[in-house]
Design a protein around this ligand. Sequence first.
Ligand code: DAH
Length: 349
Amino acid sequence: MKEKLEEIASKAKEEMEKIQNLQELQDLKIKLLGKKSELSNMLKGLGELSAEERPKVGNMVNQVRKEIEESMAKAEEKMKAASLNQKLEKEKIDITMPSTKIKRGSKHPINRVIEDIQDLFVSMGYDVVDGPELETDEFCFERLNLPAGHPARDMQDSFYITNEYLLRTQTSAVQARTMLANTEKSPIRMVCTGKTYRREDDATHSHQFNQVEGLVIDKKELNVSLADLKGTLEVFVKKMIGANSELRFRPSYFPFTEPSYEVDVTCFKCGGKGCPLCKKTGWIEVLGAGMVHPNVLEMNGYDPNEYAGFAFGTGIDRLAMFRYGITDMRYLYTNDVKFLSQFDRKDEE
Ligand code: DAH
């Protein structure tokens, strides 16, 4: 019995030395210690031995089993450490290698202009306000002195959703909202930028575009005159388009302002000499503006005898085109990365 155990132990030792990997170790474990192993069979056969011999042999079998188990555990640990080392060696990172390039996004030219407009007006004490794109007929037209059937509604082909709701055709809708929301009827200085929609069906217009609206209301005896409007727009245009821009006010008509003006700026391309872009006039129309119509003040809770105001509005997409010399509006909406990524550089110039 003793010889047999010694033989098992020495055979086990031999086989252990041949082991190459963890799988082989696992297989050997089953062979030497599993249910069908010689050691297990010996334990099963203990019952046939005399009461005297049984504990002795039992002890010896367990001793051999323990030795095999211990040396296997050691071998396993060694192999695991070796394979970890191998893995670490293989996955070593060379921190001196150049890294892979991460593509950086850049701000869209329209958003650049929007942020600059907001910054400029905030620096002049204006609030930046917001309004809904799904607007009611009441705020988009009625409260701006454009009742149903008013011919000026034809200038703005609208996307009506129901009889009452439409996609706003102009950010001017926010004028009425701001006046009405201001229950104290205190002075107002606001700008609002945002998306506007019109049912345009020619190739040079987009059905969706961006506008900025400005509104100033204060006590009549304070400075809310045409001169203030002119000064404000001069600062605005020079900052947005170019410091050399000149402004020209042309009488025009908007239902919500009286008097109303269209404001032209010297052509940024030819500097006013005349070129194909400005149709040889030297001027490009940029803004609509005027003094807030007394009806608009009254309809939105401001007494026109006590208060006066000016308002202005313009398309942001066109401003971006002027500023960056973009010749085709479609570039602004096709999101070509090559096109969009040049504006970081342009703004640094
Ligand atoms: N809402 C006008 C448009 O979309 C632009 C405009 C003109 C806004 C005159 C104004 C204004 O605030 O006073 O064409």
